[in-house]
Design a protein around this ligand. Structure first.
Ligand code: MG
Length: 295
């Protein structure tokens, strides 16, 4: 399934992408099970568990969904999920570590981005130019957790994955470097575009087999492959869940390949009016305009 959140009449609604149409899940579920409690939040949908997900999948396979359908190109999408936490991994692509002439990390480099960083497809990445003028992109494969995970072994880890989406780990490089730790430079409001939808795990049997790219104003800036990941999804879930509990809907950003602006020669950073697209083939493509905001 390809599951998303859309906005209609100022309200968030859950949808499933079927071809070029978005099926309104609340309406579909109401028709399937009159009187059932309806919800509009992806975390709640994920918390229903695998039996519910299968029922939903079966309902979507019915032949006539016309009554519940909207046209994708006419909808405003939100980020597919609003997680309790976003965990991100730094320096996790072999080719990106080589680009920096850095030593290969012997364990994952973990940091966080606050949930207030999240924006949806088409929303503006905003920053105050007096605060930072070195705004960089980072295309990333994002893992969405499917059930509460604590001390999970890597061989069981895929059972805790709900699906995958695409993230842009937008970073203020000057703040990241000046602060000595990364929280502020990684967590400016709007610095985590997420989406456009979640592709459930059954449709992505090998998350380490996907081309990953960034375009800025149509020009290719990053062009790599998730087979370059150093610490892979099962290992990351084992490593992280040994330290803290992962909750349904939590998002892990797995790291970015080479081609970020800071390591280009000469360096390139996002400017007011730029349009940045991050893409993981087989999952989706996420585009956001950039706005330098004088306050
Ligand atoms: Mg990153």
């Amino acid at each position: 399934m390809r599951l998303l959140t859309f906005i209609e009449n100022d309200e968030r609604r859950l949808g499933a992408l079927v071809g070029a149409q978005v099926i309104d899940l609340a309406a579909l579920l109401a028709a399937e099970r009159p009187g059932a409690r309806l919800f509009s939040d992806m975390r709640e949908l994920i918390e229903q568990g695998p039996e519910f997900w299968s029922r939903l999948d079966a309902a979507l396979a019915r032949t006539d969904l016309t009554f519940f359908a909207r046209q994708l190109d006419r909808l405003k999408l939100d980020a597919p999920v609003r997680p309790s936490k976003i965990i991100a991994i730094g320096q996790n692509y072999y080719d990106h570590v080589r680009e920096q002439n850095a030593a290969m990390p012997d364990r994952p480099i973990v940091f966080t981005k606050f949930p207030t960083t999240i924006i949806g497809p088409g929303d503006e990445i905003r920053w105050e130019p007096a605060l930072s003028d070195k705004i960089d992109w980072e295309a990333e494969l994002a893992v969405v957790i499917g059930r509460t995970a604590r001390r999970v072994r890597s061989e069981d880890a895929y059972g805790y994955v709900f699906g995958y989406t695409v993230a842009n780990d937008v970073t203020a490089r000057d703040i990241q470097r000046a602060d000595g730790q990364w929280v502020r430079g990684k967590s400016l409001d709007t610095f985590c575009p997420l989406g456009p939808w979640i592709v459930t795990r059954d449709e992505i049997p090998e998350p380490h087999g996907l081309p990953i790219r960034t375009h800025v104003n149509g020009q290719v800036m990053q062009n790599s492959h998730t087979d370059q990941l150093i610490f892979r999804v099962p290992m990351l879930i084992e490593f992280l869940s040994r330290a803290f509990t992962l909750l349904p809907g939590d998002v892990i950003l797995t790291g970015t390949p080479p081609g970020v602006g800071a390591f280009r020669n000469p360096p390139v950073f996002l400017q007011d009016g730029d349009v940045v697209t991050v893409e993981v083939e087989g999952i989706g493509s996420l585009t956001n305009p950039c706005r330098a905001e004088v306050v």
